[in-house]
Design a protein around this ligand. Structure first.
Ligand code: GN1
Ligand code: MG
Length: 342
């Protein structure tokens, strides 16, 4: 790690390095010193074209600086030889971000204020980018939130999995299949062309926003690797998925998963505080579908990864991806009974 710090002009003997974060993809470290930083090793198996991330962020940052100079958009720190990323001996890209004092991330939401502020924060990003030319952005992961594609990948994983693995997951597979009608709903919605292509964050789970500890407001959005063209339901849906329940996707005790109506309403209000005048009438009608769609996609992705032998998400115990899939399907059942989808 030390040569990496040197590439960014930091002296490693003046800093301590500590592994932090709950992300499932990258390795994240806090570099502590007189000034502190966040250092991240990018997962090159997931992001096979890290240069595309850097290019998208440059495009967004240039636009935002010109049009919203006061908006805090988290760009990586440039290395001594003027790159956003520095490659190590094994060809892993590393990048450095500023660390902000008096800010924090949350894994679970405990108040309406937090739900409102988080949704407002994520919505503000899409709002500020509403006039940018979306064709300037490239997907950093193809078909990332395409429910058809994720369902297909789940089917492929089922085909390849051993009967032993499938037996372990039998009930979860059954429940996942019982929600396949959501794929048809998704296709109908997308084919109706009623959703506009916007620049979306695409990873709006609650721990991807920094909160100010002083004001309780959102400070800035983080984890911008999937900033790319998408539909608003992807962002709003992932917020519903990670905010309405008092427990996270890691919770094993499914009885703790509930739908907190006032929290749901606060999050929708927070999102609409920015996007009300931007979303079309037809888009607004898709709001109740957003949470179900994104919860289903994550159930399928976790379950497929379990069936594939846990090759994508970082796990700390053997059936963690199966537990996550079961958790998401329970949430989906609850959302189904709480949200009237058109
Ligand atoms: C991953 O990087 P992280 O942990 O914030 C994943 C998201 C999932 C999320 C589920 C690139 O996000 O799509 O919603 O896990 N990111 C990627 O916790 O696959
Ligand atoms: Mg991420």
């Amino acid at each position: 790690m030390h040569p990496i710090l040197t590439s960014f002009g930091l002296n490693s003997s003046n800093h301590s390095i500590e592994h932090i974060g709950t992300g499932h993809i990258h390795q994240t470290f806090l570099v502590k010193g007189l000034n502190s930083y966040i250092l991240q090793r990018v997962n090159k198996n997931v992001f096979t074209k890290p240069e595309v991330i850097a290019q998208n962020l440059r495009t967004a940052s240039t636009f935002l600086k010109a049009n919203y100079p006061d908006y805090l958009f988290l760009s990586p720190i440039i290395s001594i030889d003027e790159h956003e990323m520095v490659y190590d001996n094994e060809n892993y890209p590393w990048r450095l971000f500023p660390y902000f004092d008096n800010t924090t991330t949350l894994n679970e939401v405990t108040s309406e204020t937090q739900a409102y502020q988080a949704a407002k924060g994520f919505a503000q990003l899409t709002k500020n980018l509403k006039d940018i030319d979306t064709s300037l952005f490239k997907p950093t992961i193809e078909k990332f939130h395409d429910l058809n594609w994720r369902y297909f990948q789940f089917q492929m994983a089922l085909k390849k999995a051993s009967s032993e693995t499938k037996e372990l997951a039998e009930k979860t597979i059954q429940t996942a299949n019982s929600f396949a009608y959501l794929v048809d709903r998704y296709n109908t919605l997308i084919n109706s062309n009623s959703l506009h292509t916007r620049i979306t964050h695409n990873d709006t789970k609650i721990n991807n926003i920094l909160f100010s500890q002083l004001t309780e407001e959102a400070f800035c959005v983080i984890d911008l690797d999937t900033l790319m063209p998408g539909y608003f339901i992807y962002d709003l849906g992932d917020m519903v998925r990670t905010i309405v329940s008092p427990v996270s996707e890691e919770e094993k005790d499914l009885s703790k998963i509930t739908f907190r109506k006032s929290i749901y309403e606060a999050l929708i209000n927070g999102y609409l505080s920015q996007m009300h005048d931007i979303l079309s009438q037809e888009e607004k009608q898709a709001i109740p579908f957003a949470g179900m769609m994104m919860t289903y996609i994550m159930a399928l992705r976790f379950l497929a990864d379990f069936l594939n032998g846990n090759v994508y998400y970082h796990i700390t115990y053997a059936d963690q991806n199966l537990v996550r899939a079961g958790n998401q399907l329970r949430l989906l059942e609850i959302l189904k009974s709480e949200l009237q989808i058109p």
